[in-house]
Design a protein around this ligand. Structure first.
Ligand code: GLN
Length: 224
């Protein structure tokens, strides 16, 4: 992909907020929200639809109630925090990420982590990981790499934009891919996090994995 086409400015305007297709638990169809405050949420919504899920752009805390899962996209984590700290959004989102599958990419990964460095900042503190913001410095702050992962189908393309680095993970965090010996794609139960932007590549394996995580969590809840 071409990096000049992936500026992290607001994506296209939100849709109506309605699900694309009727939600029917029996068909395994799931509804996944994309936090659409800032960043490249539109690309995530397209990637989710291509991966067989309903996608809804989320701008209000009350929208979280109807979701089976959520993506917190890349952007600027400090800007997300400022917005979320108004009203009940941060509290509602914190409750959500402890209960339902959530995928954080780049700034989203920073928001999920329970320790943030460079500088320290608040977060949803659910992912047992230490994340250093803007760790790859100014000169190489954006790059496209290819690396092996535990997903079948060969190396993954990884688009990094002012990327953070996961410097430490707890034993309950599974490492699915690494860059230079540091985790870049991790899973902890119902949580998935990447320091790169899978929505900006054509490969849909990571979104398909997340949709499957959401399906399984929903099926488990329906059975319980
Ligand atoms: N540098 C941003 C931050 O610290 C993350 C960049 C991104 O999401 N591409 O929040």
């Amino acid at each position: 992909m071409n990096l000049s086409s992936c500026k992290l400015v607001a994506g296209s305007q939100a849709g109506s907020g309605k699900a694309d297709v009727q939600d029917n638990p029996a068909s395994g169809l799931v509804t996944i929200g994309v936090l659409a405050i800032q960043g490249d949420y539109a690309a995530h919504a397209s990637a989710l639809r291509e991966s067989g899920a309903n996608a809804i752009l989320v701008r209000k805390p009350e929208q979280l109630r109807s979701l089976d899962g959520l993506i917190i996209p890349g952007g600027e984590s400090t800007t997300f925090l400022k917005f979320l700290e108004r009203g009940s959004f941060l509290a509602d989102l914190t409750a959500f990420v402890h209960d339902r599958p959530t995928f954080g990419t780049c700034a989203g990964c920073i928001l999920l982590a329970d320790e943030i460095l460079h500088p320290p900042q608040d977060s949803l503190a659910v992912l047992h990981a230490t994340v250093e913001r803007n760790a790859y410095g100014r000169q190489i702050d954006s790059s496209i790499e290819h690396a092996a992962s535990t997903l079948p189908g060969g190396p993954l393309e990884m688009v990094y934009i002012r990327a953070p680095r996961i410097t430490k993970v707890a034993p309950d965090v599974q490492i699915l891919a690494e860059r230079d010996g540091f985790p870049v794609l991790v899973r902890q139960g119902n949580l998935l996090a990447s320091t790169f932007h899978p929505e900006l590549s054509e490969d849909r394996r990571i979104h398909v994995l997340f949709v499957e995580m959401v399906r399984q969590a929903k099926a488990g809840k329906l059975r319980a």
